[in-house]
Ligand binder design. Structure first.
Ligand SMILES: [Zn+2]
Length: 259
């Protein structure tokens, strides 16, 4: 694929993320690996629904812009994308968004690690939650680090979701599957029961993965039932006072930069 085609695809995926309500305002970011040391990433401070080609910038594996003339700066969240590319040579694209249902699970501290829907078992497996890291700092790559090798979708505590794959479409479809699954599990929780697939069915579904040559690495989901009323008490203390103050300071800074 030519670079202009890849940029066109990034613009299209950005539009879909925005249209589906997976991002608000300037949230989210998308990247594609062009070669071992060259990544295309969306710029900081732009709506993913209205991107143009110059809002997609080239960076190296340290996140440094490669084109001096570029008008736009790379997304400050590109650090977490780079962490994934560093650990996984099979990954060629990363999508980060804040889809409401998946993010709600990330906020509630409930990981999507149960085998509930066949497609999710095959394409996502068990989806862990990475601990909270202050957006745009080194904390985020640090917190996702333990999960990257065995997942292709990660929830980010009190933040959003991250999906990655063999190409951009593949990474984006994982985001759709993740949000769709979270929405359905959420609905089933309101109805009072979430039945999970048996271990035997799960095994068969995982076999399909190898039979269809699905690349990538995911962990098997759990077949124990979800305890609906025991959802998480631990989250009340998940953010320290210091972290809350850091978030406040970062938000104020962003607002100040924009005015
Ligand atoms: Zn985010």
């Amino acid at each position: 694929m030519q670079i202009w085609q890849i940029k066109k695809e990034i613009i299209e995926i950005g539009r879909r993320l925005w249209q589906k309500g997976f991002v608000a305002a300037n949230d989210g970011n998308i990247s594609v690996r062009l070669s071992d040391n060259v990544i295309l990433t969306t710029a900081t401070g732009v709506s993913k629904g209205f991107m143009t080609e110059e809002m997609i910038v080239k960076v190296d594996m340290n996140g440094k812009p490669l084109e001096r003339s570029a008008k736009h700066k790379p997304s400050s969240e590109v650090k977490m994308h780079l962490e994934i590319y560093r650990q996984r040579s099979d990954i060629k694209a990363v999508v980060h968004a804040h889809p409401p249902y998946a993010t709600s699970f990330a906020v509630a501290g409930i990981s999507l690690d149960r085998c509930v829907l066949p497609e999710a078992v095959v394409f996502l497996g068990s989806v862990p939650i990475a601990e909270f890291g202050l957006p745009s700092t080194e904390e985020v790559p640090q917190k996702i680090r333990p999960h990257v090798k065995h997942s292709e979708a990660i929830l980010l505590a009190n933040h959003g979701a991250l999906t990655f794959g063999s190409d951009l479409m593949n990474a984006y479809f994982k985001m759709e599957t993740l949000e769709h699954t979270a929405h359905i599990i959420w609905n089933a929780m309101q109805l009072g029961r979430v039945n999970v697939l048996s271990e035997q069915v799960t095994e068969q579904l995982m076999e399909l993965r190898s039979r269809y040559g699905l690349a990538g690495s995911i962990s098997k989901c759990q077949s124990e039932p979800i305890q609906i009323n025991q959802a998480s008490e631990k989250m009340a203390s998940a953010l320290s006072e210091e972290q809350i103050n850091q978030i406040k300071a970062a938000i104020f800074k962003q607002l100040k930069d924009k005015t």
